[in-house]
Ligand binder design. Structure first.
Ligand SMILES: NC(=O)c1ccc[n+]([C@@H]2O[C@H](COP(=O)([O-])OP(=O)(O)OC[C@H]3O[C@@H](n4cnc5c(N)ncnc54)[C@H](O)[C@@H]3O)[C@@H](O)[C@H]2O)c1
Length: 326
């Protein structure tokens, strides 16, 4: 398992995943529109195809051993901007990709779904067995993406990950995800703006996210796996937003003012990731590591206010309608 195709390999998670796999001598091909910039370092084992996955062809795919499918309109507000684009990218392009993968005899397919597919749950521990009641266009498109892929699981080794909100540094930084946004606010303006605050949400360190992809990449190939071997939550720290804010102040020895604003997202739940842990995955890092890392990168001037670090701003700037016609 050496040749890996990564869609969305230019994004927040993709950039770190690509660099990490190149360090282990994998041969990587990235297909990405690079809407938020290209921070991938040149490498003899890296091929880059700047292209929209909605138009991927046989030739674009090549003949990889595994596809890691990250390309997506990747958060709620960005997905609501243009729901047509969201469904085309997150669902129809996923359908196209799995068909190409099977046609080309690709052995493994790993899909980035999202922990947000569960919607509002009264159960305090959200396991993979609970029903999906997605609320937003983003969550719904991820659920349907999963369903499409599951209908092909007899033909390919399929893994679906439902990650919590990721935190930590990436050269293709995102400042629109919880821990990153709050930490940046504290460092940049000595202000932390919290929406709601009491909701409990699951979080995940970037390094554990990368390790989770590698964990499944290295697992033995098996088609038609049981659902318990196919779908995995990945989130190891369930924390209230207000506690994250307090923790940032404490860790960074800051006295940032915490503003509490009303939230329009009532979800509050604890993601349970016992299934992946029982398979042998060991998370290594905490959000505290991410907070300190963000501080260091901020001091090195690698994290600063930039439109593309807030995905929705870039998608607003780009005329998204244009992409529907590609
Ligand atoms: N970041 C998180 O906290 C988080 C949590 C759960 C799940 N996920 C999922 O993980 C994946 C990666 O997330 P991320 O945070 O790196 O997102 P991101 O927005 O930083 O990266 C997505 C990448 O996909 C590319 N892309 C989007 N549409 C494309 C298209 N039509 N054709 C080709 N490339 C396209 C973008 O240019 C970008 O480089 C996404 O599928 C996301 O839904 C992320």
């Amino acid at each position: 398992m050496k040749n890996i195709l990564i869609t969305g390999g230019g994004g927040y998670i993709g950039t770190n995943l690509v660099h990490s796999l190149l360090n282990e001598n994998y041969k990587i091909k990235v297909i990405d529109t690079f809407w938020f910039g290209n921070y991938l370092k040149k490498n003899k084992n890296l091929k880059i195809l700047k292209k929209d996955i909605r138009n991927s062809t046989d030739q674009d795919i090549g003949k990889p051993d595994c596809i890691i499918h990250l390309a997506s309109i990747a958060n709620d507000p960005a997905a609501e901007l243009d729901p047509g684009l969201t469904w085309n990218v997150n669902v129809l392009a996923t359908y196209n990709l799995i068909n190409l993968a099977i046609k080309k005899g690709v052995k493994k397919f790993i899909f980035a779904s999202s922990g947000s597919v569960y919607g509002i749950k009264k159960e305090k521990k959200v396991t993979e067995d609970l029903s999906l009641e997605p609320l937003s266009e983003y969550n719904k498109s991820k659920m349907i993406g999963e369903r499409i892929l599951l209908s092909y699981k007899k033909d390919i080794d399929l893994t679906i990950l439902r990650p919590a909100t990721v935190c930590g540094y990436s050269p293709s930084m995102r400042l629109d995800v919880a821990v990153n946004a709050l930490t940046f606010g504290a460092l940049n303006k000595k202000e932390i703006k919290v929406f709601g605050g009491k909701q409990i949400r699951p979080n995940l360190n970037m390094d554990d996210m990368i390790d989770a992809y590698k964990f499944f990449l290295k697992k033995k190939i098996k088609k038609n796996k049981h659902i318990n071997d196919t779908i995995f939550n990945v989130g190891f720290e369930n924390l209230s937003i207000i506690n994250i804010a307090k923790r940032i102040n404490k860790l960074l020895k800051l006295k940032s003012k915490i503003f509490i604003e009303p939230s329009n997202d009532p979800r509050s739940y604890r993601q349970n990731s016992d299934r992946i842990i029982n398979k042998g995955f060991k998370p290594k890092k905490k959000i505290d590591h991410a907070i300190k890392e963000i501080k260091n990168k901020f001091n090195e001037k690698k994290i600063f206010k930039k439109e593309s670090f807030y995905r929705i701003n870039t998608l607003k700037i780009i005329n998204t309608k244009k992409f529907n016609n590609v």
